[in-house]
Design a protein around this ligand. Structure first.
Ligand SMILES: [Fe+2]
Length: 489
């Protein structure tokens, strides 16, 4: 891939690769556990064409690629393909980039007019036998889970009204329902939010719209057994700024955050808004649940400002990454009574990519996993991703009073978001699977897929799958078991 500028978005681990390929019979050190039968789908942004204008936010606009690491009979294989979005196809036909700045169509070339701008590069979501590639700026694309062929933009059989669907969906483990939302649901800088429910067969059964307190970057949300929770953080969009070819997002340190709560099968008129601290920001929630006293707890990887350096820079915020006061924060509210503000408790360290077992979604959990920076690491982290530094430590947090466990990666290593694979045995916590990068030279990297005992992360991987090809950083992944794949065949 040539012609890309010498900018952090395009060098080192972030260097565009732009290759579709398949690798069979990967070399494995150790033994793949019997339960690891299925596919680890990963969303990998990878810009196919060099940008034609300066855009710090372009790190979020890389064309979506769908990668599959398949495990069968103790063996592993690897595949990766572009998601053939309308945008990717148009640029491939033109042989050049047509779309300008991140989420700003006023910067596009004429050839992009009227085309779907999404790059479908954030999360592979599996539900009702369908694989969807989602990004919050548009509707998802459906991809064949076996061939990785793109089947087209997906609107739930014509039922979806929202123009956007976020990349973070929540599936109720008992009902099998998929809970989703979209923001800027009717266009750029809009305050309109769409909240919708898809039943276990994949039918969109209900879509409701309401207004957020302001247009906010709402990357993720949460459900409990009876409620749905919409967090609002003051990273906001302004239409006039877009028209002036400015940035989509600016962060506002002096503006309140909010948590909207409503019964999950209720009407949006039942939304209650709880005020949170000013200026905070979060990308991902670990989970949410109700306790025996009727209180709702909402656990999130919170920081005092937006975690993306290019958004802080566009906002005139001079804070460095280590000055953000990152923490795993629990906001507690009482929907039926109590004050109109959240009560915050710190329950974990700074970090991101929080995970709980899928079976605990919306329920209380006594442990979870997340990625962080090793505070005792000697030497710099691996440079890459949207923050400019990759995580180098995996944590298992125990919320039942036990000590945390950590898997500290060696120097020059980084770890991408793991997926959790449940175990067959009730007394085993299952497995975490993650791609690990190792920097071997100024612009050289080696990659492995590690399988880790989820209840004993400090022991390191039980199996290491070598991937003999350069990889770009992944955003999110999804584990789909062999049984789920077979049922969808
Ligand atoms: Fe995300």
């Amino acid at each position: 891939m040539t012609g890309f500028p010498q900018h952090p978005n395009y060098v080192g681990l972030n260097r565009p690769l732009g290759e579709e390929y398949d690798l069979a019979d990967l070399v494995i050190e150790g033994e793949v556990p019997a339960e690891v039968e299925g596919c680890f789908f990963r969303a990998v942004p990878d810009p196919a064409f060099p940008p034609f204008m300066e855009d710090a936010g372009a790190i979020l606009s890389g064309d979506g690629m769908i990668s599959a690491i398949r495990f069968a009979d103790g063996k592993a294989s690897f595949s990766i393909r572009y998601v053939e979005t309308e945008r990717h196809r148009a640029e491939a036909a033109a042989g050049e980039a047509l779309f300008g700045k991140y989420r700003n169509p006023f910067t596009d070339k004429p050839g992009a007019a009227g085309l779907d701008r999404t790059v479908a590069n954030t999360t592979p979501i599996w539900h009702a036998g369908r694989l969807l590639l989602a990004k919050e700026d548009g509707r998802p694309y459906r991809v064949d889970p076996h061939s990785l062929e793109t089947l087209g933009s997906y609107d739930f059989g014509g039922k979806l009204k929202s123009q956007t669907v976020t990349a973070h969906a929540r599936i109720d483990p008992e009902s099998g329902e998929l809970f989703m939302f979209g923001y800027e649901a009717d266009g750029l800088a809009s305050t309109k939010l769409a909240y919708f429910i898809v039943d276990r067969e994949g039918n969109l059964t209900r879509e409701q719209w309401f207004d957020a307190p302001y247009c906010s970057m709402m990357h993720d949300f949460a459900i409990t057994e009876n409620y749905v929770l919409f967090p609002i953080y003051p990273t906001s969009c302004d239409l006039d700024r877009l028209k002036a070819e400015g940035e989509h997002w600016v962060h506002h340190p002096d503006v309140d955050s909010w948590l909207g709560v409503m019964p999950r099968y209720g009407d949006v008129s039942e939304l209650r808004w709880f005020r949170g601290p000013k200026g905070v920001s979060c990308y991902h929630m670990m989970g949410a649940f109700e306790d025996g006293q009727g209180r709702i707890h909402f656990d999130q990887c919170l920081s005092d400002s937006n975690a993306f350096p290019f958004i802080r820079e566009a906002s005139g915020i001079a804070l460095q990454q280590w000055e953000l006061n990152g923490r795993l924060a629990r906001w507690t509210v009482d929907y039926a009574g109590g004050p109109d503000a959240v009560a915050e408790t710190v329950i974990g360290p700074p970090g991101d990519f929080p995970i709980i077992p899928a079976a605990r979604q919306g329920r209380s959990y006594d442990h979870g996993w997340m990625l962080t920076m090793n505070p005792e690491m000697r030497g710099p982290p691996v440079v890459g991703g949207p923050v400019g530094a990759m995580f180098n430590m995996l944590l298992r947090l125990d919320f039942a009073g036990g000590p945390p466990q950590a898997l500290a990666l060696p120097p020059a290593h980084s770890i991408n978001e793991p997926v959790h694979v449940p175990a067959a045995r009730a007394d085993h916590e299952g497995w975490l699977i993650a791609v690990v990068d190792r920097q071997t030279g100024p612009d050289d990297f080696a990659h492995e897929c590690w399988i880790i005992d989820a209840g004993n992360v400090a022991a390191g991987p039980v199996a290491r799958v070598h991937i003999p090809h350069r990889l770009r950083p992944q955003v999110h992944g999804w584990w789909v078991s062999a049984a789920q794949l077979a049922a969808a065949a």
